[in-house]
Design a protein around this ligand. Structure first.
Ligand SMILES: [Zn+2]
Ligand SMILES: [Zn+2]
Length: 279
């Protein structure tokens, strides 16, 4: 059995895009907005702080009860659905914990300024300073390589209003590419194809269907499962996970999309909240 230091897995705590969409008909794929936990090389990585991060916090608090929790948080961007769970991430209020937070600056504002911005009146009554954990905020941009222990993380820019970063996580010869919130153009995104080249898993923004794009969602910053398959094939990706599910899409509709998509790319699934995956 692999030691704790050698495991590599990831789990979605939120797969839904734009707005939480919990209801009985979304139970299977989940209603929380983006949050992905990655364990690799004995380290904990958290991608985005959508509403799913609340449950992750509860889970981590239990796992690390009486122990110091250290984790690295990486933001793709700061649209609400990727940050609105952050004030409800309970381990951030515990003095003993330590978080390194990566995010792309926006003009003169870094991730700390932007997260503080949503934790201010009249939006929220508890300011960021009340979070007692130790925080280290670090700027990150496209085409950067971060080496965190034995884990390598590479970044690339996506095509999304106001910027978005994709992260490629590599450990022991396996790799996951987190590419949420991106819109395809008329030509394939060569930048993303290079970034995802040979990856074991590509997590891709499949918020819309072709019909929805035609019906007016062009320019909204999101893509489709069909475009995800094009990127996965061009990049030689082993497995494709459709992500950032549109709030109105219920489980039945996602089941149908998954079944149709599999006819063109067998190793394709709609990402499920609470499911643990290995690359
Ligand atoms: Zn989003
Ligand atoms: Zn966005």
């Amino acid at each position: 059995m692999a030691g704790e230091g050698q495991v590599f897995w990831f789990k979605f705590w939120g797969t839904r895009g734009s707005l939480p969409a919990p209801r009985p008909s979304t139970n299977k794929y989940g209603g929380n907005t983006p949050c992905m936990e990655v364990r690799a090389g004995g380290k904990i990585f958290i991608f985005d702080a959508g509403s799913g991060i609340r449950s992750l916090g509860v889970h981590l608090a239990r796992e690390f009860a009486g122990k110091k929790l250290r984790a690295t948080l990486l933001f793709s961007h700061y649209h609400w659905d990727h940050i609105h769970g952050f004030p409800f991430f309970s381990p951030a209020f515990d003095k003993g914990n330590h978080f390194v937070v990566y995010g792309e600056p926006r003009g003169s504002r870094n991730a700390k300024d932007i997260l503080s911005g949503q934790m201010a009146m009249p939006y929220f009554p508890v300011p960021l300073q009340v979070m007692q954990a130790q925080f280290e905020f670090r700027d990150v941009g496209p085409r950067t390589t971060l080496q965190i222990g034995s884990v390598k993380i590479r970044t690339e820019a996506l095509n999304h209003p106001g910027h978005c970063l994709s992260y490629r996580i590599e450990y022991r010869g396996k790799s996951i590419v987190y590419a949420t919130d991106t819109e395809h153009g008329f030509r394939i995104d060569e930048r993303l194809v290079r970034h995802a080249a040979g990856a074991d898993v590509l997590i891709y923004d499949a918020a819309y269907t072709d019909a929805e794009i035609r019906a007016g969602k062009k320019g909204f910053g999101h893509s489709t499962w069909r475009e995800g398959i094009k990127v996965a094939k061009a990049a030689g990706v082993r497995k494709l996970l459709l992500f950032h599910h549109e709030p109105s899409r219920n489980d039945k509709a996602l089941d149908a999309i998954e079944a149709t998509a599999r006819r063109s790319f067998r190793a394709c699934s709609a990402a499920r909240e609470n499911k643990k995956y290995t690359p």
